[in-house]
Design a protein around this ligand. Structure first.
Ligand code: UD1
Length: 416
């Protein structure tokens, strides 16, 4: 498997353009199934998960054409409701095809979805919500089959604001009979982008207060041309890299208002941030301060996807800090590798205690999931000597080319 080679101990200086958002692109690609025509999606990131989604859509009867970052999805001839196991087991996001396939074909069957190894990832909330909309689900342990003789709008409240379950309900509700009132739904920016895409296609979706959506199922969606927004997690990763390694960077096109929790932590740590028309300037010249206690949570709280990159910056800070993970129960897997580099992090239950002020040393380390892999690359930037991050394919699931991007920031990073 390919690796990332990093020569460490150098600050970052430069400009990098932030790629299109993975977590916005995937559900919007799924939502294109609701439209019997050709949707054009621009600025789609060139990453493995988007490729997998293209293959799944082709397998179920769509025509998918891709030129650079533009993807045209023609779902007019959608025929197949069984999702191909090969891709479903590799990518958790395939679960979000349930809503649109139920809407278009009235049925869907899929193997249990895969994805990053970051803790338990059940789909009970998806199943429970769709059942309330008139879907009969059967799970034989290997495959989940869901059938509907007509989706119906209803009032439903999610037990937890799951991002994927919210997206599935929105897509099913757009195709349902009547009005769906969805309460306690996720408020991540990607929910807003999905709704925005669907509204561009003619859907009626209105936000009625925080975590509450009113969706009028009315069918008859029409195709549209839509530009995928920039990726807040990629922008946040490079912000963490600049915090940890020091320097000054322009994150071109970094989203505005989507990373407030991280930006607050970065300021506490002594970084200067300035928003201009071009994006976000990050400057960390002086000492890096410990941010104290940080806790992940649903938006607008600190995003779980940036927990591992922030851990690396915390390890470089002067003084102790702690990071509590409340979203996924297995997301400190990267700590073992960071500790091999000298981070000295202690994990107790859901909280990582980071002593700070540690000089990391370059090592051969191994990624075991997407964001943890990116965190190891950042650790390599700060470390004394050379680092090789193996299992790069995990990182490629979410970053178009992390080596290219970090080279734009002046780092000495190469494909290994
Ligand atoms: C999405 C994001 C992922 C991010 C996560 C949380 C995409 C493609 N992925 O993942 O990058 O880390 O949101 O912000 O957008 N849960 C259940 N039952 C369910 C569904 C979820 O118990 O049926 C639990 C999960 O195990 C987890 C928590 O809810 O502990 C959050 O999961 P969820 O919000 O659904 O995340 P994803 O949509 O999978």
């Amino acid at each position: 498997m390919k690796s990332v080679y990093i020569r460490g101990n150098a600050s970052l200086y430069g400009e990098v353009t932030i790629q299109g958002s993975k977590n916005a692109a995937l559900p919007i690609m799924a939502a294109a199934l609701l439209v019997p025509g050709v949707c054009v999606l621009r600025n789609c990131p060139r990453i493995a998960d988007v490729e997998h989604m293209c293959r799944i859509l082709e397998n179920i009867g769509c025509r998918v054409d891709r030129v650079e970052r533009e993807i045209r999805i023609d779902a007019a001839q959608l025929t197949e409701s069984r999702l191909p196991k090969k891709y479903v087991t590799r990518m958790r996001s395939s679960v979000m095809l349930m809503g649109p396939l139920l809407g278009r074909l009235g049925e869907v069957s899929l193997s249990h979805p895969g994805g990053c190894v970051i803790g338990d990832r059940p789909i009970d909330l998806h199943v429970k919500a769709l059942s309330r909309m008139g879907v009969a689900c059967q799970d034989d342990g290997e495959e989940l089959t869901a059938v509907s003789c007509g989706l119906r709008g209803t009032t439903l409240r999610l037990d937890y604001p799951s991002v994927g379950a919210t997206e599935n309900v929105i897509m099913a509700a757009v195709a349902a009979d009547g009005v769906t009132c969805l309460e306690n739904c996720a408020q991540e920016p990607e929910i807003g982008w999905l709704c925005d895409f669907l509204v561009h296609c003619g859907a009626s979706i209105v936000q009625k207060g925080p975590g509450r959506l009113l969706i009028r199922g009315q069918g008859g969606l029409h195709p549209c041309i839509y530009t995928i927004p920039s990726d807040r997690i990629v922008a946040g990763t490079y912000l963490c890299a600049c915090l940890a390694a020091g320097g000054e960077a322009l994150l071109k096109g970094a989203p505005c208002g989507e990373n407030d929790a991280l930006e607050k932590a970065a300021r506490q740590m002594g970084a200067g941030l300035k928003r201009t028309q071009d994006g976000l300037w990050v400057r960390r010249a002086g000492p890096l301060l410990a941010p104290g206690k940080i806790e992940t949570g649903s938006f607008p709280a600190f995003p779980t996807d940036l927990q591992s990159p922030l851990l690396v910056a915390m390890a470089q800070a002067e003084g102790e800090s702690s990071l509590r993970e409340t979203v996924f129960n297995g997301r400190f897997g990267v700590v073992e590798e960071l500790n091999r580099m000298g981070a000295g992090i202690e994990v107790e239950k859901d909280t990582a205690r980071v002593p700070g002020g540690r000089r990391l040393s370059g090592k051969r380390v191994r990624a075991s999931e997407l964001r943890g892999g990116a965190a190891l690359v950042i650790a390599g930037l700060c470390a004394e000597g050379e680092t090789l991050v193996e299992n790069r394919s995990y990182v490629d699931r979410g970053y178009e080319d992390i080596c290219r991007d970090l080279r734009f920031l002046g780092a000495c990073v190469q494909d290994g």
